[in-house]
Design a protein around this ligand. Structure first.
Ligand code: SAH
Length: 563
């Protein structure tokens, strides 16, 4: 919950806008501001105070405890010009809240946390449990001192400008080690603990068994990703409660799935009880990995039959591949999600000219693998290979990365051992359409005229089909120095089915600084004025030029009804 506190009429007006926009997330605190701040501080995860920073500093100072648990506090000034992240920038989420409040109120977010200001992620914001000298090592990173990464386990980390060696280290490990001076431990969620339990097995027994297994193997409980078991034990209280205390989810598999997993220690007992010769080992190994602790049973002091089993597996790191469309060129046509993925990746793969388009957005430490035109397959292979090594990779393309671009060659290479995310981008046909007017108001296709990868007969057949079906056509890759006869040929095919006066829109460098566009018609278009930076959109038989804009009616019948 976000507590809202204000003192003046202007503050109250801004407060009410926030309360109206986020009714379920906010609570208004009325009354004397001192009491209101104290009550909100005790009851809410975050505060937005429509007060001077000085006043808020004085009010919250005596209340501050620990940055891990204190609420995040954002101040908005009387004029509503700034949303200042005051305390709890990371732990309390105040930096993010300042951004959101700023967006809603039209105020500039003010974030002073050093790591955010210079684009280096705080070591406590990487999404992994951390131990050790977080402040000291983060300071060293900010000061440009060498900080080395010692990765015992591969994990897809966001970029951090690590040095080959240094006095400070960040150690990525699932081992039960203590941080030494100048060291930060990051705990990857690399361990899967398979558990079995007979009905009514107490939580202490399950938990004791798991903790004992980890202790003996020298592993850290903070690296447990999940407890895994058989479907039949989904609601077994001892398992559910053990997972809750460890702060991890329970994942279950059917007995049939588990029976197929090869394990070193199958036995008859679970086979009779739940229908698989192994629960603990099989569920830990169900999605692959290395068995670090084979099945062990709880030893009960009173000599009763054991009631719980467990096994520990280190799962292989799953790298992630984000296939990111950058849009046609203009920065404000790059989506916020694309920006987030670019900053999330530690390896960026792309064509050099596209890398230039977004280089300023990348975080320090991002490894950039750029290559020239024509190296598509190599780029696709590199991106997938890096992801398979456990890295967080972004593969970029202009427009939409799935449209005549890198997504298909990359995904044709990828196996299911990596996670793939696609971020859609504004493709050239849409960017051009918006400039021309509304040419895509009814059915439309895109056809690439590049016959480098596609035989001309195939392209021609598709152009003919679009011509016969009276579909609006946007030509990508319309013409280059070495390919000059394809566009006239394609236009001639369309002209067999459309009037010479059919509108044709030509857009070059849509949304880029040297953007140009013109509206002409099938009879008048001079192909020599078209190049590789251009898309050409040909209307259907209903498309008209209206007030200098290209308009394709939404539907003939709808149009009649409207007129
Ligand atoms: N993935 C890209 C298309 C790559 S094919 C996208 O979705 O837009 C390359 C062709 O796209 C170019 O030859 C040109 O025809 C077209 N194109 C790409 N960006 C363009 C832009 N900003 N303006 C006009 N045409 C563009």
């Amino acid at each position: 919950m976000i507590g809202l506190i204000s003192a003046t009429a202007a503050g109250a007006a801004a407060r009410d806008r926030l309360a109206a926009a986020w009714p379920d997330r906010t609570r208004v605190y009325e009354g004397p501001v001192g009491d209101a701040v104290r009550a909100a501080f005790a009851e809410c995860e975050q505060l937005v105070c429509f007060l001077a920073t000085g006043a808020v500093v004085r009010l919250v100072a005596p209340l501050l405890g620990d940055k891990k648990s204190d609420p995040g506090v954002v101040c908005v000034d009387e004029g509503g010009r700034f949303a200042v992240s005051l305390v709890g920038g990371h732990g309390g989420g105040a930096n993010e809240l300042a951004e959101q409040v700023g967006e809603l109120l039209g105020a500039a977010p003010v974030v002073t946390t050093a790591t955010d200001a210079v684009g280096i992620p705080g070591l406590d914001t990487l999404g992994l449990p951390v131990e050790g000298d977080v402040a000291g090592v983060t300071r060293a990173l900010l000061d440009g001192e060498p900080v080395a990464l010692d990765a015992e386990v591969a994990w897809p980390l966001p970029p951090v400008p690590f040095a080959p060696r240094g006095r400070h280290t960040v150690r990525l490990t699932d081992r039960a080690v203590e941080p030494v001076d100048g060291e930060v431990l990051l705990r990857p969620p690399s361990l899967v603990v398979g558990v079995g339990a007979s009905k009514g097995a107490p939580v202490e027994e399950v938990l004791g068994l798991v903790e004992g297994a980890l202790r003996d193997a020298g592993l850290s409980a903070r690296s447990i990703a999940e407890l895994a078991t058989v479907d039949a034990k989904r609601d077994e209280p001892g398992i559910v409660e053990a997972a809750a205390r460890l702060g991890v989810p329970v994942v279950t598999y059917s007995a049939a799935e588990l029976a197929k997993v090869e394990v070193p220690n199958p036995s008859d007992a679970p086979l009779t009880a739940v229908g698989t010769p192994s629960v603990a080992e099989a569920s830990a190994l169900a999605r692959g990995g290395e068995l670090l602790v084979p099945k062990r049973k709880s030893a009960r002091a009173d000599g009763h039959a054991s009631m719980a089993t467990c096994a520990v597996v280190r799962r292989a790191a799953r790298g992630r591949l984000a296939v990111v469309g950058l849009g046609p060129g203009a920065r404000d046509l790059l989506t916020p999600r694309a920006t987030a993925e670019l900053r999330r990746a530690s390896v960026l793969v792309g064509l050099d000219q596209y890398v230039d388009q977004i280089r300023d957005l990348l975080r320090p430490g991002t490894r950039i693998l750029e290559s020239g035109l024509g190296a598509e397959e190599e780029r696709a292979r590199t991106a997938v290979a890096e992801a398979r090594k456990g890295q967080a990779v972004a593969l970029i393309g202009s427009g939409d990365a799935g449209v005549y671009a890198m997504a298909s060659p990359a995904l044709a290479e990828a196996s299911d051992d990596i996670d793939v995310t696609g971020v859609p981008g504004v493709t050239a046909a849409l960017a051009a359409g918006a400039i021309l007017g509304a040419p895509l108001g009814h059915d439309h296709v895109s056809i690439s005229l590049s016959d480098l990868h596609t035989p001309w007969e195939v392209i021609e057949r598709r152009v003919r089909a679009a011509a016969e079906a009276d579909i609006v056509v946007t030509f990508y890759n319309p013409r280059s120095r070495g390919r000059d006869w394809q566009l006239p040929k394609a236009l001639a095919i369309l002209a067999e089915h459309r009037e010479p006066a059919t509108p044709v829109g030509v857009v070059r460098n849509a949304s880029r600084p040297d953007e140009s566009s013109r509206l002409t018609d099938l009879a008048s278009l001079d192909p020599a004025t078209v190049d590789m930076m251009t898309v050409v959109t040909v209307g259907n038989t209903a498309t008209r030029e209206i007030a200098g804009r290209m308009v394709t009616p939404r539907g003939y019948r709808w149009q009649e009804a409207a007129s």
